[in-house]
Ligand binder design. Structure first.
Ligand code: MN
Length: 204
């Protein structure tokens, strides 16, 4: 079902890391628009009753090129933001570090959580233009980091990866508050990332 993730916190609750205007514009305008347009295109493609992840994995079923491109961009914009906003919480509520199986896997592959954060921040900062940096789970349980352009994600790119965490590096995610300083936004963003969400995604 195509349904925008609704924020379980007020639009000013992520301050000082993300200001009110950014949350209002990002979730209330951008994400809402992706959701509306994706729903319209899915209806047009006869895919409205399918799971959004399934739609993005099945883009090659859509013969019409403009419709396929629209579903890829708008569907990615819809789903990526659901994944992004679901993992965010006010600083006082966000679990600041992972535990358990996810922590063990991070230590094994990256050495530690700080090293992983640094790798993801570099991926996000180095994405030319708009896009996303991702922490994903492979079918064998290992972790993989990657960056994607525009609204592409591991599903629309045809990978078998499942997103665990994502960093939005579109200018609309930070420009009102951080201006051109994308790296500063990425460094601060970790304070409002709730690792309990990442743990649940990893163990699902
Ligand atoms: Mn965004």
């Amino acid at each position: 079902m195509i349904k925008q993730y609704l924020l379980p916190y007020a639009t000013n609750a992520l301050k000082p890391v993300i200001d009110t205007a950014t949350v209002e514009t990002h979730h209330g305008k951008h994400h809402a628009a992706y959701t509306k347009t994706f729903a319209e295109l899915a209806e047009k493609a006869g895919m409205a009753d399918r799971d959004p992840v399934d739609i993005l994995k099945s883009l090659n079923e859509v013969a019409d090129e403009a419709l396929r491109t629209g579903l890829r961009n708008q569907g990615g914009g819809y789903l990526n933001h659901n994944i992004y906003f679901e993992q965010l919480r006010p600083v006082s509520e966000a679990k600041q570090a992972p535990e358990g199986k996810l922590l063990a896997q991070i230590k094994e592959q990256f050495g530690g959580v700080e090293e992983l954060k640094q790798e993801l921040n570099v991926l996000g900062a180095s994405q030319f233009g708009s896009g996303w940096a991702w922490l994903c789970k492979a079918p064998d349980g290992t972790l993989k980091t990657l960056k994607t352009a525009n609204q592409d994600n591991p599903y629309s790119l045809g990978t078998d990866l499942v997103p665990i965490l994502t960093l939005d590096v579109w200018e609309h995610a930070y420009y009102l508050q951080y201006r051109n300083l994308r790296a500063d936004y990425l460094k601060a963003l970790w304070q409002v990332i709730d690792w309990s969400v990442a743990e649940a995604r990893y163990e699902a």
